[in-house]
Each structure stands twice: as structure tokens, then as C-alpha cells.
Design a binder for this molecule. Structure first.
Ligand code: CMP
Length: 133
């Protein structure tokens, strides 16, 4: 089943010149980039993206981090793209992430975990609309 999913290459990755190395992981696994932009997110955009985490103790930290410097937003397409991209990314906490996942390779911490990907069809549609209109 062909799906699309929204990915963010987050500020900690852009700051450390990791954009190319992360895109290679997706492309060599057969995922197609069908939209992409480099953007310095506003607080409003970051709060919309992380709306489900509003009220959690780490929410303000998360928004401050996502808006501190530019990120890359992209849409990837492929068979079962949502679950495949999440498998390539690894677990939220880089320290627990399986070997060779993007977060195990490059993640710094639970907050600065290098990449984001939609976790369901519904969030993929919602997040594509937030970042690409
Ligand atoms: P992401 O996949 O972008 O989706 C939600 C983000 O919240 C997650 O990555 C983490 O960066 C962050 N997050 C989740 N749990 C915690 C936590 N306990 N402390 C700090 N950040 C968290």
C-alpha cells in the first residue's frame, strides 16, 4: 500500500551538517522524496505540530528546540512508508534505539532526537497540511 509520511530533519541534525547522511538512509531504502523545504519554524508552527504534547512538562522545551534554528521538512512516499520510516528512525530515546537506526547513529537525547516522522495515517495527513499547506 503506497503511503506518504511527513518527516522533519530537526535542528540538531541541520546544525551538525547531517541532512545529506539522513536523506541517504531514506533514499537507499527505496523511499521517494516528493516534497521538501528548508524552514526556520515559528513558535506557532511548532506548537501546532506538537499540539498533542501541549501541557506535558517537556512541551516548552520541545517548542524552543524546534524553533531555535532551521530544519528540513519533507514528505516521503513508498509502500508502507509510515511504518518503514519509523523503523528507520528508531525509538524516541536514542539510547534505546536499535543499532544503525538514524536516532541510534545521530540522536543526542530524548529531546534532541534528530528526526521526526508521522506515527499514523491521520497524523501524516495533519502534519503534511501543517508544513506544506
Ligand atoms: P518526536 O518523534 O518528534 O515526537 C514528540 C517528541 O517529544 C519526541 O520526538 C521527543 O523529541 C519529545 N519527547 C518525548 N518524550 C519526551 C520526554 N520525556 N522528554 C523530553 N522530550 C520528549
Amino acid at each position: 500500500m503506497t503511503e506518504k509520511t511527513l518527516v522533519l530533519i530537526k535542528p540538531d541534525a541541520v546544525e551538525r551538517n547531517l541532512i545529506g547522511r539522513i536523506l541517504v538512509e531514506y533514499e537507499r531504502n527505496g523511499l521517494k522524496i516528493c516534497d521538501m523545504k528548508f524552514i526556520h519554524a515559528s513558535t506557532e508552527l511548532a506548537e501546532k505540530h506538537y499540539a498533542e504534547h501541549q501541557g506535558k512538562p517537556f512541551f516548552n522545551r520541545l517548542v524552543a528546540y524546534l524553533t531555535r534554528s532551521p530544519l528540513v521538512a519533507l514528505v516521503l512516499e513508498g509502500d508502507n512508508a509510515i511504518s518503514r520510516v519509523r523503523a528507520l528512525n528508531g525509538t524516541t530515546d536514542p539510547e534505546m534505539s536499535p543499532d544503525n537506526t538514524i536516532r541510534a547513529l545521530y540522536g543526542l537525547s530524548l529531546s534532541e532526537n534528530t528526526v521526526h516522522a508521522s506515527d499514523s495515517k491521520e497524523s501524516s495527513i495533519r502534519e503534511q497540511s501543517i508544513w506544506f499547506g
